[in-house]
Every structure is written in C-alpha cells, then in structure tokens.
Design a protein around this ligand. Structure first.
Ligand SMILES: [Mn+2]
Length: 260
C-alpha cells in the first residue's frame, strides 16, 4: 500500500505538507510514502520533503483553469499523479491534513474508492452547489450520478486509481466540462466524480474525515482536514515554554514573546 501527496513550492504548501507528513509518519514507514513534486519546485523544497518521503519531481498533467476568480488561471491539486502508483491500494492526503490514527482499518471492506462527500450537510450544500446542474452533468453523459467527493483524503483499492486515470484526466482537461458550483470551480473533483461512476464507493463519516471549515475540529477522527495556521517561530517557542516546569514565569514570558 502507498500513501501519496502532491505538493509544489507555492505559498505555505511545503510547511503544511511537512506537518501532515510528520503526523502520518507516526504510523507509516518513509518507504511507503510518495510526494509528487509539481511545478513550481525548488531544490530546498525537494531536500526538506525528502526527509519524510520519496519525492518524485514531475511535470503537470493538467491544463490551467480558473478554480477561484481571485486566484486567476492556475492549477489546483494535480492529484491525477496518484493514478501512476503501481500498488493496488493507494491513500491520498492533502497537504492541509493531520493524520490522527492509523488509517489501515479504513481499508477494510468491499469497495474500490472511499472518501467523504464534499457537501455532507444538505442545508449548507444548497449554498455551494446547484444540485439540478450536478445531476444534469451525469445525465448528459449517460452516467450514474455520484456525489462530489472531497479529494483531500481518498482511498483507492483494487487498482481503482489506475482504472479511472484516462477518464479522470480526460474530464480534467475538457474545456467544456460544466461547473455546478456557485463560488468555486472544483474541476478536478467534478472530473473525479464522473470517472468514479462505475466504481464501488464507501463514503466516509465525520469520525473518519473531519472538515475544519464545518467546525468539526473537535471530533474524534482519523483525518482532520482544513485550514489551520502554521504558528510563527516565536509562538512555537512560547508553546514550548508554557509546557516546561516553571509554568507561571514562562506563561508570562510566552505572552510577552507572542506580543512582539
Ligand atoms: Mn485540502
């Protein structure tokens, strides 16, 4: 079994990925983890990531598209690289995930693909996605409807990732692929849902994959996913001091440091 990330040297992706990799490494050997390093890359980034995983520098597979208006034309994810893994089972993790338990038990059961739905709460879904438009995408292509999977934590079994590669990439690079979402264009996830149409899917619950953006950070879960700021160095020092023995004094010192 392989564990896979896709990372590039943009924004805080590398420090985030390293935080996630550290959490995964409590349960998994370095030799079972692959990081696909996509442009823009850097030598320093390569060296840093190589401490935790096998890093494979690769080119982009997808054409740039507009994911969010404020970001302009770019790529988002490039997760399709995971389809090239030779193992029969692959676990994919986003850079903004924290692994909190051994994930092996989640591979049990009869399924090809497992993930959590992107919009698990019906009332909130209505604000993000036009359900009718989503159904229409599948109907037009003569496919069985699949809810949009969140692609931040995915499990592929029975070589499912290899079987869907051509379709997934084909739809990702299809300029005419419709978008059913209002705010964003999660093209990679739309394409994935279409490619998964024939696969046996097991949907994860919040107790397996929790979303910080839905306020689920306190849930006892396997993978916690979403934005949480990486503390600045002096804040980290503050935390270390707070944990030490001379509590009252270090508390004051920590507050002082954070206030700098
Ligand atoms: Mn994510």
């Amino acid at each position: 079994m392989s564990y896979v990330y896709t990372v590039s040297d943009a924004g805080l992706l590398i420090p985030k990925a390293i935080r996630s990799l550290k959490s995964l490494r409590r349960y998994v050997d370095k030799k079972d983890i692959v990081v696909f390093f996509t442009p823009p890359t850097s030598k320093l980034g390569y060296t840093k990531l190589s401490r935790f995983a096998t890093v494979r520098e690769v080119n982009n597979l997808s054409k740039p598209f507009v994911f969010a208006r404020e970001r302009g034309l770019g790529r988002y994810g490039e997760k399709c690289h995971l389809c090239d893994m030779p193992a029969s089972s692959v676990v994919f993790l986003d850079a903004d995930t924290i692994v909190k338990k051994d994930l092996v038990p989640l591979l049990e059961g009869d399924f090809d693909f497992s993930a959590r739905k992107q919009f698990p709460i019906k009332e909130k879904a209505a604000k993000e996605i036009d359900e009718k438009a989503w159904l229409q995408i599948f109907k037009k292509l003569g496919k069985k409807t699949v809810p949009m999977p969140n692609a931040g934590f995915m499990i592929f079994k029975n070589f499912c990732h290899r079987r869907i590669k051509n379709q997934w990439l084909g739809y990702v690079n299809d300029d005419s692929l419709p978008n059913a979402c209002f705010r964003l264009n999660p093209k990679e996830q739309t394409a994935l849902a279409l490619a998964l149409s024939e696969m046996k899917i097991r949907w994860l619950s919040v107790r397996e994959h929790a979303f910080i953006w839905l306020g689920e950070e306190k849930v006892d879960t396997y993978v916690l996913h979403g934005f949480s700021p990486i503390p600045k160095p002096f804040e980290r020092l503050g935390h270390v001091l707070v944990k030490s023995r001379a509590h009252a004094f270090t508390q004051r010192l920590a507050n002082l440091l954070v206030a700098v």
